[in-house]
Design a protein around this ligand. Structure first.
Ligand code: CA
Length: 636
């Protein structure tokens, strides 16, 4: 045994063995039929016990801060809890838990594998080929008459769900927090309860509220895997929303109850820093918090076959940790996609230059961030639901003051957040320098769970908007998103004109606010078909997703238009694309506009709220007229 100092603070013991060195892997519980070994990262001067079944075992110091105990005999099915200086917890890395995640449970993970799991094939694509669909388990299925397991992981194994996602054509579902969180009481699932789940309890166990039996520790694990398996069979990737940046509170968190104050940042005056806006922020730069995040991500990939990660408030994490996560993930599969919110929700205790902020994305290769530039350019700022963006320029609450800035910000989103010779970066809102090195580092979107959905936003900011105008602007907005060179991202239900009845922050609103209205799919077939055909158009034509900044600069050229219109040419076709040149015109004006285009003969594939790749008509010449509040796409 020898000691290795990972930093000046933390000493870990490594035991040399024939194949190399054995390192602590947050392997808190290792089961075998003859014994179960417990290890814990806890202070060197702590009193540590583990209570297994009815036995209380004193833990021994394996190294300064690593504690170990071995429970003899077959302990499968028994619960366990660690006791550190009298504080009880299931540890920080429980892989199976009792109801509400209070206790760890000794299990054999292989018994949680559904039939055929060993042949499950992950779905991993290059980032430019990904189309993300962000969803919450309850929103999606709780109001679907065909659902056998409404609001559960298993709903996503059902034919109606798989068929809808395949029909729409998205390539990845991004599921809102699906690890064990605290705000839904798993013992009262027959009562109305709802939460987004941004209050992690056990980071490495699926949430019990989405299982059919939260009392059976294997059930949630097996059903989560069944969900992944069915989605993979349908060719759909599974992206997990991970929230390492904060815990619900400090006092009750498993971090605090095993190693007080280690995992959190403090300000210079000794208070807990609150960069998450939730009362605390974790300290990713500390070796064991960093290791925790790396091990957790790897565990979800290896055990649950997860294909991508969305980091909540990535701007709270340090750059070095994000890069180390990228490196660790690359060793498994470079096509596992990583993106995050490139901001924090308050000041962090680390300087911004060290944090995973949007402005630092160029220091985090192959990690993407959400573009609030394109989002807000289209529909107005997060801070004021009544303000409209470029979409609503014809309305009185519109943007007459800085239309040029909105147009430039939209153009910046269309190129994928990279430097482009035709974009005057000084006009772009929030980004006076282009922050993405590659277009695949930018998530293009107009709405997500965190905010009003698009329909509500249009209604809130354009008083008296007619249904017809609402649909036109909705489709126009998403055309910008799905023809952006960034990675397109949509909120579940937008394809059916989702409404949350005007609620902005619906994190604990009832189902009646958050649920999708599936009848809208039949009610507005034009909307669903447009979304479907728009996604198909993107997938079928590589010119919409060059993937590399240099290619975008070479092939994407903006055409001169007024501020009410954005037009761009995708020239000299992409490999495998039989369309030579593609022209996209986005017109927010409430009047038809005429745009100058290169002289030629073109086939129209999108106009007036309709898309048909086979062609909707032909146009010739060097001018083209575009209907009010709509997109036109033509090719030759
Ligand atoms: Ca829970």
């Amino acid at each position: 045994m020898k000691k290795l100092f990972i930093s000046g603070m933390i000493a870990l013991t490594l035991s040399a063995c024939d194949s190399g060195q054995e390192v602590f892997h947050f392997d808190e519980m290792t089961y075998s039929p003859s014994e179960t070994v417990f290890k814990l990262f806890a202070p060197a001067d702590a009193q540590c016990f583990v209570v297994v079944g009815s036995d209380t075992l004193q833990m021994e110091q394996m190294a300064d801060t690593i504690w170990i105990a071995t429970a003899q005999g077959d302990r499968k099915g028994q619960t366990y809890q660690f006791l550190v200086n009298g504080l009880v917890s299931p540890g920080v890395f429980a892989k199976a838990v009792s109801v509400n995640g209070e206790k760890g449970v000794v299990i054999d993970l292989r018994e949680s594998d559904p039939e055929g799991w060993e042949s499950d094939q992950p779905v991993r694509k290059q980032p430019q080929d990904i189309v993300v669909y962000e969803m919450h388990h309850r929103d999606f299925s709780v109001n679907q008459p065909l659902a056998q397991h409404p609001g559960k992981f298993l709903a996503l194994t059902e034919p109606w769900a798989i068929n809808h996602l395949k029909e729409l054509g998205i390539t990845a579902v991004h599921i809102l927090p699906s690890y064990d969180y605290g705000s839904v009481d798993e013992t009262r699932l027959n009562e109305p309860q709802y939460n987004w789940g941004y209050d992690p309890v056990n980071y490495n166990v699926p949430e019990g509220g989405y299982s059919t039996d939260p009392y059976d520790p294997l059930c949630r694990i097996r059903e989560f895997k069944q969900m992944v398996q069915k989605l993979h069979e349908a060719g759909i990737a599974v992206i997990l929303d991970v929230v390492y940046n904060h815990t619900y509170d400090i006092e009750h968190s498993n971090f605090q109850r095993t190693y007080p104050d280690y995992y959190y940042r403090k300000t210079e005056d000794g208070k807990y820093s609150n960069g998450s806006g939730c009362g605390n922020e974790t300290a990713s730069e500390k070796p064991m918090m960093r290791l925790f995040m790396i091990e957790s991500v790897k565990y979800w990939i290896n055990e649950y076959h997860i294909d991508g990660f969305r980091f909540d408030l990535m701007g709270c994490h340090d750059i070095e940790t994000m890069n180390q996560i990228r490196k660790a993930v690359d060793e498994i599969d470079p096509n596992i996609f990583i993106y995050g919110e490139g901001w924090s929700a308050g000041a962090c205790a680390l300087p911004n230059e060290q944090l995973g902020m949007k402005a630092n994305i160029s220091k985090m290769p192959r990690i993407a961030a959400f573009s609030d530039e394109i989002r807000d350019a289209l529909r107005g700022p997060f801070s004021d639901d009544t303000k409209m963006g470029w979409l609503g320029l014809s309305s009185t609450s519109g943007c007459e003051t800085d239309l040029g800035a909105l147009k430039e910000s939209l153009m910046y989103g269309i190129v994928g957040g990279i430097k482009h010779p035709q974009i005057d970066q000084s006009l772009v809102n929030y980004a006076k320098e282009a922050w993405a090195s590659e277009p695949t580092q930018m998530m293009a979107y107009v709405s997500c769970h965190d905010d009003m959905c698009l329909v509500d936003r249009l209604k809130a900011s354009i008083p008296g908007i007619s249904e017809e105008e609402l649909i036109r602007l909705d489709l126009l907005a998403q055309t910008a998103v799905f023809t952006s060179q960034g990675v397109p991202f949509m909120l579940s239900g937008e394809e059916m004109l989702r409404t949350k009845q005007g609620v902005h922050n619906s994190f604990e609103s009832p189902d009646s606010i958050n649920r999708l209205d599936w009848q809208n799919k039949e009610r507005y077939p034009q909307v669903f078909n447009y979304y479907k055909n728009l996604i198909s158009l993107r997938k079928n034509h590589p010119a919409f997703r060059w993937g590399e900044a240099e290619q975008v600069r070479q092939h994407l050229e903006f055409l001169p238009t007024s501020d009410a219109t954005v037009a761009f040419l995708l020239k000299e076709h992409a490999a495998d694309d039989d369309w030579a040149d593609i022209i996209v015109v986005l017109n927010a004006s409430d009047k038809p506009v005429v745009v100058d285009i290169p002289n030629g003969h073109y086939t129209v594939v999108c106009c007036d709220g309709q898309i048909d790749e086979q062609g909707l008509g032909e146009v010739s010449g060097n001018k083209v007229q575009v209907s009010k509040q709509s997109a036109l796409i033509i090719h030759n």
